[in-house]
Design a binder for this molecule. Structure first.
Ligand SMILES: CC(C)(COP(=O)(O)OP(=O)(O)OC[C@H]1O[C@@H](n2cnc3c(N)ncnc32)[C@H](O)[C@@H]1OP(=O)(O)O)[C@@H](O)C(=O)NCCC(=O)NCCS
Length: 190
């Protein structure tokens, strides 16, 4: 049985790094059910077009809505970045849950972070991760894991840039498009 974390207090939106403000302060906020369709679209592009995630099963908006509700009920974060010029448009999201089930793992989290193609490389991933880690820390989280496909060099470099260190490389644990794939586990102490 999982143990809900403390619901963290709301935090301010972290500023983008100086010189990386191409997306002029995107609004980072808790996800709501009305975001589910856009989140599913962003997620599904990665699922269909890349080996960054091992699953081939597409996310329906209903499934994303259920995940948002479950994360919030557990005191875990599900944060979206909204386009400042069109706040209903979602540029990307980040969310975390427990790394593994059971109360003994309640302070060890694992996240997913995905941006729309046009929103990448402008500092938004870093801003989302800061916000997500603040949320996890405020809820009593001790460390955050990232499970990154070895076929996703951008994801590996991004996580290293925002403070994650490789702690394990699991051989052939993924299978997609007829190939076995390695998973790199990276960890950041919160
Ligand atoms: C991975 C992802 C979340 C990164 O977000 P982003 O907004 O593009 O990254 P940022 O612009 O915030 O970059 C943050 C840091 O990571 C580094 N970085 C990001 N992508 C990089 C790349 N491809 N190569 C080298 N460094 C990279 C940046 O140099 C930056 O470091 P700096 O601030 O010291 O210059 C985003 O590109 C994405 O959604 N990719 C597709 C989905 C995916 O792979 N998700 C991760 C699954 S594990």
């Amino acid at each position: 049985m999982t143990s809900p974390m403390r619901p963290p207090s709301r935090q301010g939106t972290p500023a983008l790094a100086p010189g990386r403000a191409d997306l002029a302060a995107p609004r980072l906020r808790d996800a709501s059910a009305s975001d589910a369709e856009q989140v599913a679209r962003i997620w599904n592009r990665m699922i269909q077009q890349t080996l960054a995630t091992f699953t081939s099963t597409l996310k329906t908006p209903a499934l994303v809505r259920d995940l948002m509700a479950a994360r919030h009920a557990d005191g875990h974060g599900f944060i979206v970045a909204a386009d400042p010029t069109s706040p209903a448009a979602i540029l990307g999201f980040a969310t975390y849950g427990q790394f593994r089930g059971g109360v003994g793992y309640a302070r060890t989290l694992e996240h997913s972070v995905v941006l729309d193609e046009g929103a990448q490389g402008k500092g938004l991933g870093r801003a989302l991760m800061q916000r997500l880690e603040d949320h996890a820390r405020a809820g009593g989280g001790h460390s955050m894991m990232a499970g990154v496909s070895a076929e996703n060099p951008s994801g590996l470099r991004f996580h290293a840039a925002v403070g994650y260190a490789e702690v394990a490389r699991l051989r052939d644990v993924g299978f997609k498009r007829g190939r076995y794939l390695d998973l790199v586990l990276m960890q950041k102490m919160l």
